[in-house]
Design a protein around this ligand. Sequence first.
Ligand code: ADP
Ligand code: MG
Length: 405
Amino acid sequence: MTLRTLDSLGPLAGKRVVVRCDLNVPLKDGQITDDGRVRASVPTLKELLAQGARVVVISHLGRPEGSPDPKYSLAPVGQRLSELLGQPVAFASDTVGESAKQTVGALTDGEIALLENLRFNAQETSKDAGERAAFAGEIAAFGDAFVSDGFGVVHRKQASVYELAQALPSAAGKLIVEELGVLERLTTDPEKPYSVVLGGSKVSDKLGVIDHLLPRVSSLLIGGGMLFTFLAARGLPVGASLLESDQLDTVNGYLERAAELGVEIVLPTDVVVASAFSADAEHEVRPADGIEDTPWGAKGLGLDIGPETSARFAEAIRESHTVFWNGPMGVFELAPFAAGTKAIAEALTRVDGLSVVGGGDSAAAVRALGFSDDQFGHISTGGGASLEFLEGKRLPGLEVLGWQA
Ligand code: ADP
Ligand code: MG
């Protein structure tokens, strides 16, 4: 079976269509700080509205504890969605209660409503399949068909992702189709040279990806917090930098396997070392084998890749025809340690071929550093989901739509 897409649902004019989006955007004081996920859900919604469907949008936001919490209300997201669609978005103040029933009942053809945060209901993420199915059944009562388009949640077996897709005629929306198309190009016959750039905080988060992609890539560039576990595996002192000592053996295994496969694992040759984890900390660029040779000795913290490394990574990236990047190169949230991440983002914008940014913090980083989405081949809306895809894992939210690897 292959992925069921919108056309498999037949004509949708006059039909009530429930759409699972991933509108889980970062909020600060009630304001959306990055609306990338809202924008990404627009094409499917526009298509359904143009067909004359009655559209009922559902999503989660943040991690409320299974009960209503105004801090995690989707109301501001409804506002933004309405601006992007250029039409009103009715808002229900609950998910399956009286307000939802009234709001959905009042929709006419070509109109759209957003229901309140799915995770205000503990059943959405329950470990008990029966509880999830019961909740999915309540949502299913609002629709004649279901469109799954929240790519960021397809790796989760949750009521609105999995059981709901079984409760109604269901299909994948345009965002999921697009994300899958791009990710497949990263795993099936990628155009070479193929570079994968990994950073972020932990090696342990990315082991599966390294494992699965190692035989497929030309080079693997390592930055971010995880670089110190690689340097330590090579026997270098790393001061007080992030280090996962329990991963040293695994990392050594990767270094050996890469050598056997003829894959280059490129490690930083210089690092920005700081006296403390703060924006006003003193800092110096040191060679990778001299991290402790600063006035702060073994207390020094590596918070970014150095300029020589940035230049080397950037060159490797620009020469590639396929690039996947996950994980910031340094603590980009603090201005003095953002240069490495910025240099890598800049190099990705110049790739002659496919450049893909995956990962929540990486996507936030490129936007915060002033890049726009269209400078990249693709910015994935799903951090965990895209990583699990690249690890070769089975994703329940896709399998339930007929997809098979
Ligand atoms: P993504 O969400 O893109 O997958 P991660 O969640 O793995 O990325 O990692 C993002 C975090 O990694 C950022 O908050 C960044 O500050 C942190 N980080 C990057 N480099 C370092 C470093 N050298 N030391 C500590 N933290 C780092
Ligand atoms: Mg993250």
